[in-house]
Design a protein around this ligand. Structure first.
Ligand SMILES: [Zn+2]
Length: 69
C-alpha cells in the first residue's frame, strides 16, 4: 500500500513513522508520552483512506486522514 502525505509517497510503515515524528510531542502540554501508555498512535485502514489517530492524556487529540494511492 502507498499513501500520499504532505505531497510525498509513503508506504504504510514509513507513513506511520512520519506521522509519529510529526506528532511526537503534544502541542498543548508538550508531553512526549502521547497515547495511552506505550501506544504511539494508531492507524486504521478503511477503503482508500488511512486514518491516523493520536491522543494525549491532557485531552488533545489529532486525527489525520491519508489518501491511499
Ligand atoms: Zn497533551
Amino acid at each position: 500500500m502507498s499513501f500520499k502525505y504532505k505531497d510525498e509517497i509513503f508506504n504504510s510503515l514509513s507513513l506511520i513513522r512520519e506521522l509519529v515524528k510529526d506528532y511526537n510531542a503534544c502541542p498543548e502540554c508538550g508531553s512526549k508520552g502521547i497515547g495511552s501508555n506505550t501506544k504511539l498512535g494508531s492507524m486504521d485502514y478503511n477503503g482508500k483512506l488511512g486514518t491516523f489517530e493520536r491522543t494525549c492524556r491532557c485531552g488533545w487529540k489529532v486525527k489525520i486522514k491519508v489518501e491511499k494511492i
